[in-house]
Ligand binder design. Structure first.
Ligand SMILES: Cc1cc2nc3c(=O)[nH]c(=O)nc-3n(C[C@H](O)[C@H](O)[C@H](O)COP(=O)(O)OP(=O)(O)OC[C@H]3O[C@@H](n4cnc5c(N)ncnc54)[C@H](O)[C@@H]3O)c2cc1C
Length: 376
């Protein structure tokens, strides 16, 4: 088994697999090491909204990055399907962001300035989704906030990377990374690997590597609980969104209903109280949902940084060690742009200086913000 590569990526969630894909497209010698199965952690728990407009109240730093990533999905869909046969189900119905009061409408004011966004009054919103509650005053229709099936995107990236020559090692836990001559030794449950460059893309578990490499950076888990229900009666083409809760229709007839936000909770099992609260929020949006049959429930850990921006960049002292982690509630959306940015950093291609600065690993953590929940 080959165990030397130019580049090794630690973590086979959507971020690690996207990086592997974009590097494999450049004919690099690259491997992804995943301690469990590809996409089985936060990525597998996600709803899959590409919410460049729905997720951000302010359109400053992260929005241009998020928007560029959202646009990349348009070309990726055909590219991945052609290369791998995987259809990651890009549902193009857009998203209705509900307003229950004038102040909620006002809060969304900044997004109306952008093209492709339309304000609908209650009647117009109900023309799109007749089962919406009558308690809303209206909704912003975000046509381009489409959604995908996250595990399928992740599998598309990993299968695509493999097809292009990358190697993917599942059930390969990385326990230590040390400098050895001009390269790094990566100690794993499958023996030692070596590489000149290493990318840590292990979501909330990147903390382990920060600590072992002398950095004080921290990623806090924000646990999200979701349910799936079989939708036989409510024709739903659009995702419905309010107060960071959502109902997302999948092609197989299921609705994904989520999600709670439990800050600094490392337990990956859903609780009864969490599930009750997402059902309550969903009923406020579409009351008829109460009659649907629940098919599954789960939880996942969103990787959150102290300021809401991911860490994407090189270790300040250990040349050749890179981090790409902390994408919080938007890692599915941000995966293509992250994959391209890390590819360019590693290959020495030009990268927008704004993004290097905003995401650098060594940005400072003030004591007062370190332990607080970040509101995007
Ligand atoms: C309920 C929920 C809903 C969400 N909805 C959305 C959404 O609609 N849209 C959106 O854009 N985002 C959404 N997100 C956020 C998104 O899922 C995450 O931001 C994204 O999955 C993070 O990807 P990742 O690859 O960094 O982390 P992960 O998917 O957690 O992957 C990290 C991987 O690293 C592996 N690993 C850890 N340690 C090691 C080690 N030592 N050796 C080898 N491998 C290791 C883990 O096993 C894991 O597979 C949601 C998240 C949750 C929980």
């Amino acid at each position: 088994m080959k165990q030397h590569f130019d580049i090794v990526i630690v973590g086979g969630g959507i971020i690690g697999c996207a990086i592997g894909y974009y590097l494999a497209k450049e004919n690099t010698s690259v491997a992804v090491l995943e301690s469990q199965s590809i996409g089985g952690k936060s990525t597998g728990a996600a709803a899959g909204m590409l919410g460049a407009h729905s997720e951000y109240k302010e359109f400053k730093q992260l929005y241009p990055f998020a928007r560029s990533s959202q646009l990349l999905y348009q070309e990726l869909y055909d590219e991945i399907k052609e290369l791998t046969g995987i259809d990651f189900e890009m549902k193009r119905g857009g998203l209705l962001k509900l307003a229950f009061s004038a102040s909620e409408k006002e809060e969304m004011a900044s997004i109306y300035k952008l093209p492709a966004i339309e304000w609908l009054n209650r009647e117009e919103a109900k023309e799109k989704v007749s089962t919406l509650t009558t308690s809303i005053i209206g909704a912003a229709f975000l046509k381009e906030d489409v959604h995908v099936t996250p595990i399928a995107v992740c599998n598309g990236f990993s299968t695509g990377a493999q097809t292009l020559g990358a190697e993917i090692f599942e059930y390969t836990n990385v326990s230590e990374i040390t400098k050895q001559d001009s390269q790094y030794k990566i100690k794993t449950s499958r023996g030692d690997f070596t590489a000149a460059q290493v990318v840590i893309a292990s979501g909330v578990w990147s903390n382990y590597f920060f600590q072992n490499m002398g950095l004080t950076n921290r990623i806090i888990p924000v646990k999200g609980e979701c349910i799936a229900a079989m939708n036989e009666e409510i024709p739903l083409k659009h995702s419905i969104f309010h107060d960071q809760h959502y109902i997302v229709p999948r092609n197989n007839g299921q609705l994904i209903i989520g999600a709670t936000k439990k800050w600094n909770d490392w337990n990956e099992k859903p609780t009864l109280e969490g599930i009750e609260s997402v059902i309550k929020k969903a009923k406020e949006m579409i009351p008829a949902i109460k009659d649907m049959k629940m098919t599954n429930c789960w939880a996942g850990l969103r990787p959150q940084t102290f300021d809401g921006n991911p860490f994407i960049g090189e270790h300040p002292e250990m040349k050749g060690i890179y981090f790409a982690a902390g994408h919080q509630r938007n890692g599915i959306l941000l995966a293509p742009a992250t994959g391209k940015m890390v590819r360019d950093l590693l290959l020495g291609n030009p990268v927008d200086k704004k993004w290097i600065e905003a995401f650098k690993v060594e940005r400072s953590i003030s004591k007062s913000t370190e332990l607080e929940e970040v509101k995007l």
